[in-house]
Design a protein around this ligand. Structure first.
Ligand SMILES: [Zn+2]
Length: 298
């Protein structure tokens, strides 16, 4: 082995284990701890010792920082003493906010094993628009998520791509590329969003195995897909990649294009403690025959 090769080997570091990342995110309250920041798109900085001294993934010598403050830390802006103090600082936990920066004129929402194109009211539960896509003044589609919960505690809510008030999650993960947002609460409430590009019919079909992607009528490639997975703790409602389940029922494989509404679960009998207060129930479009009405009381 040459001297150079040996040096490279000795500097090699394993990727950071997910549990270490979670520890680092949680200790700063899921927002960059530098004064006045609070950015939730976090990276992981090794400082005690730095990687150049020794390859390690020891959480006590690492800190979660936003990309901007990570760069500054790499440049020596903070002393080790300051970084150790920041590690214990949840100053921004109450005000962690972020935004989904993927602005597109066209989106394919993939929710609970169903596909929604030009379908603004994607998932409606008990007359609340839980997942919806609306156009802004510039024509971009923006995502809103009203989290329904059986718990009165705050849950993340996304209002036209801006998310606010995360409540008190046990994990919140959003890598700096902005492609993903995953948030978990101790009662089982769970939200996971992911954006990615589908460049061709073949690529979309390979990924989802739905014949509609190969249809000559669907000519929208490339298109950005937005996957939404949502679980409501204490209920059997789950919008997972495989399908939508509720009780013993479930349905998936629906391809909705240019519909007024997608899936509508009504009459669940569940007592929602949803937040925020402005997530007011909406009037269902009762005369739209394209809306699937599912009455689970039967
Ligand atoms: Zn920062």
């Amino acid at each position: 082995m040459t001297a150079l090769a040996y040096k490279e080997c000795s500097m090699k570091r394993e990727s950071i284990p997910p549990q270490v990342k979670l520890t680092l995110r949680a200790e700063v309250g899921f927002g960059c701890p530098v004064g006045g920041c609070g950015n939730p798109y976090l990276e992981y900085h090794h400082f005690d010792p730095p990687i150049s001294v020794r390859a390690h993934n020891e959480p006590q010598g690492m800190i979660a920082l936003c990309a901007q403050h990570h760069k500054k830390a790499d440049g020596g802006a903070f002393t080790n003493e300051q970084l150790h103090a920041l590690k214990a600082d949840k100053a921004h936990a109450e005000s962690v906010k972020g935004s989904l920066d993927w602005l597109r004129y066209e989106l394919l929402a993939v929710v609970g094993g169903n596909y929604y194109h030009e379908t603004p009211r994607v998932i409606v539960i008990d007359d609340v628009e839980v997942v919806s896509l609306k156009r802004d003044d510039e024509g971009y589609l923006r995502l809103s998520v009203n989290f329904l919960s059986l718990e009165p505690a705050d849950r993340i809510t996304i209002d036209r791509n801006s998310w606010r008030g995360i409540g008190n999650p046990i994990d919140l993960r959003c890598p700096p590329q902005g492609k993903e947002l995953e948030v978990k609460y101790d009662n089982g409430d769970y939200l996971y969003l992911r954006f990615f590009e589908l460049n061709s019919a073949e690529e979309a079909f390979k990924k989802y195995n739905h014949p509609a992607f190969l249809s000559e009528e669907f000519v929208h490639y490339p298109i950005t897909a937005l996957e939404v997975n949502l679980r409501i703790g204490g209920t059997t409602i789950e919008l997972s990649p495989k399908g939508t389940t509720y009780g013993n029922g479930g349905f998936s494989g629906g391809f909705f294009s240019c519909c007024g509404g997608g899936i509508n679960l009504s009459g669940t009998g569940l007592v929602w403690q949803q937040n925020p207060p402005d997530a007011a129930p909406v009037k269902p479009i009762v005369d739209d025959r394209r809306v699937i009405h599912v009455d689970f009381r039967k």
